[in-house]
Design a protein around this ligand. Structure first.
Ligand code: NOJ
Length: 734
């Protein structure tokens, strides 16, 4: 394992030699505090109540927090638990003390949690942050999240989520870096470095967990947990790519996905876990199942009962069982009767212990009082990073008549109930945030626009107040309408079959347009939305996603022009839901869509996406010229001039794409190969260059063999995936 010294490796072996079979299986068991009651209705009923809206998510969480919980102290004492999901440092220390002082071998627990886009400092959701195209930022936000969580005893993040996701109906597109395997790989590598590489103290790094391995983002029809079938060339060239990159960067753990891939659930998929991940990619860490996934193999119909599911998972290479207790209950018998080889158990225990050793948990199992006190009040530096990330992730989609930026002296009518909410800016999966750190759009805007008045008018749910609409129209020189999705509409188990603005918000927009005042639509959402109507009629559209605790300041600074927007889309936006999945790097067909009837198109939707991958405007303009490519022995060197032709300084993301024109397999119409963020003052021009190594111009075939083929290639450069300059080159002698 990368980073583990010979002494540490020897210590792991020494420990293994002393462990009983039960103790080894104990390491393979992850528990979360089980709810044992303390409320009037059964737990299942409570979940249904939240799902059908009888209680809100907040009420549900409140009930849960006061429920009686079992932290599995007895099992810990017996060495029967390897990991737990807890985030309270006092509880962490209490449970750790049992493991270290009362279990026979004193092996520390590893505490894990979903820290997807920040811990206490909540940053933009990943789909948004990826659109900043800022590799350094990806790394810095991860590093900060690692420090904050370690102070709460959480040494293991179930992140980054690096599923390539191309169907916006899937709620979990919010959690990952979007549709592109290259951007996904850059994001994945940066997150691994940020989470894992600061070893200046054990308080500063955590073990990352790549998820969800693999293909989860391709769930059929965008419905969560649904089946996945894909050609193997797509698997190797797209869906596996970010995982392979992150393993290469040193990712310590991996979580298997819920779905089946080509008929075999990832949880029991030996080809994926053992052959591809551990053998081909050389992954040295451990694999954990997703929550309850081993049990679900029975429901999938791949295992006859729990014992069968546990056996299949262990043999496939699943090292840790999240939350079912199936390993704990069944593996001993399975080993004793010869169904599961002892070597499988030894390997799993070795991998888990090695990660614990690498984390320094044997030497520093507890959270010190000093560390715990580190972030009692969120430091300014942390807020500043959250603000920077939020500002860089805003994407300007449309700005007719330069309505933006808005002069702060103007009378702004702020509309939309999302604007006042602190809960709704944080995005799905934020679990450790505090309301006191959050700046709602209303509060952020008030600081910048002294003549602002707020008229809720309506939101994603409920009715429209006509009186407030009229009052907003009467008051404002400009109307800023904050509309979109509730946090609960994206993330896990939150697929939507219609991805237009939910509820009556389009109607609300129409009413606002009728006031005759200029309308600025600020979107808050966790997925690309179908915005055909809005793009036709609303003059200004700003994609604000769920930007985290500093969203209010970020939006205010962008709208006032203090910050020139620089974000780009990490995922294409369709015109209408029926186009999903829509993505820029699709395969070529024999009949590419055109105006002509017998081509690949819809009768009732325009061609392609409404806003493509890589797209995003700013308050200045950039021109591209003199794109030239020179051939070197092992590479093509591309160079282009990029000029800021407007009157404001800005930062442009220069994108470099490739198309393999003719190959032994059909290839995507474009593939991102590189990008560069370039700061340009008003009027300034810079030369931007890219090196495309010939060895990187190939692809994997259906057998997983890398093919580098002679032939014509097109190279593209531009400010988005659609509008590019192009040069053709010929790759020979390969
Ligand atoms: C289920 C989710 O799919 C996964 O992303 C998460 O890490 C686990 N539950 C643990 O909460």
């Amino acid at each position: 394992m990368k980073g583990l010294s010979e002494v540490q490796k020897a210590a792991v072996e020494e420990l293994l030699a002393q462990m009983t079979l039960e103790e080894k299986i104990g390491q393979m068991n992850q528990e979360s505090p089980s709810i044992v009651g303390g409320f009037d209705v059964p737990f299942e009923e409570l979940i249904e109540m939240m799902t059908d809206g009888r209680i809100s998510k907040q009420e549900f969480e409140h009930i849960m927090s006061s429920a009686t919980q079992d932290f599995h102290e007895d099992a810990i004492r017996k060495g029967g638990v390897g990991s737990l999901m807890v985030q309270d440092p006092v509880k962490v220390n209490e449970l750790q003390k049992i493991a270290v002082e009362e279990s026979r071998l004193g092996i520390p627990l590893i505490f894990g949690l979903d820290v997807i886009h920040g811990f206490r400092s909540v940053y933009p959701i990943a789909i948004a942050e990826a659109g900043s195209f800022d590799t350094d930022l990806f790394e810095r936000t991860a590093r900060m999240a690692a420090k904050e969580s370690r102070a709460a005893g959480v040494a293991w993040h179930f992140a980054p989520m690096v599923d390539v996701a191309r169907d916006a109906r899937w709620g979990r597109v919010s959690e990952g870096p979007g549709e592109d395997p290259y951007l996904g790989s850059v994001f994945a590598r940066a997150k691994i470095r940020g989470l894992q590489n600061d070893h200046s103290s054990t308080d500063n790094y955590v073990a990352a967990c790549l998820k969800h391995y693999v293909g989860y983002g391709a769930c059929e029809s965008g419905r969560d947990y649904n089946t996945v079938s894909m050609a193997m060339h797509l698997f190797y060239n797209a869906y596996l790519k970010p995982f392979a990159a992150a393993v290469d960067e040193g990712a310590m753990t991996v979580m298997a996905a819920f779905n089946d891939l080509n008929g075999v659930p990832c949880t029991v998929n030996e080809f994926l876990l053992r052959k591809t991940l551990k053998e081909s990619l050389g992954f040295p860490g451990f694999v954990v199942s997703d929550a309850n996934a081993i049990r679900e193999c029975v429901t999938h119909g791949i295992a006859s009962d729990e014992m069968d599911a546990g056996v299949k998972a262990a043999i496939a290479g699943m090292d840790m069982d999240m939350g079912t207790g199936i390993y704990a209950k069944n593996l001993k018998k399975a080993v004793e009767d010869g169904t599961v080889p002892m070597a499988v158990i030894d390997e799993a225990a070795r991998r888990i212990l090695s990660v614990k050793m690498w984390l320094g948990l044997f030497d520093h199992p507890y959270v010190s009082e000093e560390t715990m006190a580190r972030y009692t009040v969120l430091p300014e530096e942390h807020k500043a990073l959250a603000r920077e990330a939020a500002e860089k992730s805003v994407v300007l989609l449309k700005n007719e008549n330069n309505i933006l930026p808005i002069d702060p002296a103007k009378k702004v009518a702020l509309v939309g109930s999302l604007a006042e909410s602190e809960e709704e800016i944080i995005g799905a999966w934020a679990m450790s945030w505090k309301k006191e750190d959050c700046v709602s759009i209303l509060n952020g805007m008030k600081e910048t626009f002294p003549n602002l008045k707020y008229f809720p008018c309506g939101g994603p749910e409920g009715d429209i107040s006509m009186d407030e609409v009229i009052a907003a129209g009467d008051y404002g020189d400009v109307i800023v309408a904050v509309l979109g999705e509730l946090v609960s509409m994206s993330g896990e188990a939150s697929s939507r079959a219609d991805i237009t603005l939910p509820g009556r918000q389009r109607e609300l927009l129409e009413m606002l347009m009728h006031t005759g005042k200029p309308v600025v639509l600020v979107l808050m959402n966790g997925r690309p939305l179908a915005l055909q109507w809005e793009d036709l009629y609303v003059p200004v559209i700003v994609e604000g996603w769920h930007l985290g605790i500093e969203m209010g300041h970020a939006v205010a600074r962008v709208l006032s022009g203090e910050k020139n927007p620089e974000g780009k889309l990490s995922s294409s936006f369709p015109y209408v839901t029926g186009q999903c999945p829509v993505y820029y790097n699709h395969m070529n067909t024999g009949r590419p869509g055109s105006k002509s009837k017998f081509t690949s198109r819809y009768l009732d939707a325009p061609l392609g996406s409404l806003y493509p991958f890589g797209y995003g405007l700013s308050y200045t303009e950039y021109s591209y010229s003199d794109f030239k490519v020179a051939e070197k022995e092992d590479a093509f060197e591309a160079v282009v001039k990029v000029k800021n032709t407007g009157e404001r300084d800005g930062r442009e993301t220069v994108q470099f794409y490739m198309q393999d024109v003719t190959g032994s397999l059909v290839r995507p119409v474009k593939e991102l190969k590189d990008f560069r963020k370039v700061a340009l003052e008003a009027g300034e021009e810079k030369e931007v260059s890219f090196t495309l190594f010939k060895k990187d111009m190939g692809f994997f075939n259906n057998e997983g063999i890398y093919c580098l083929e002679e032939g014509a290639f097109r190279l593209y450069v531009g400010g988005d995936s659609r509008n590019c300059l192009m040069e053709e080159v010929y790759l020979k002698e390969v």
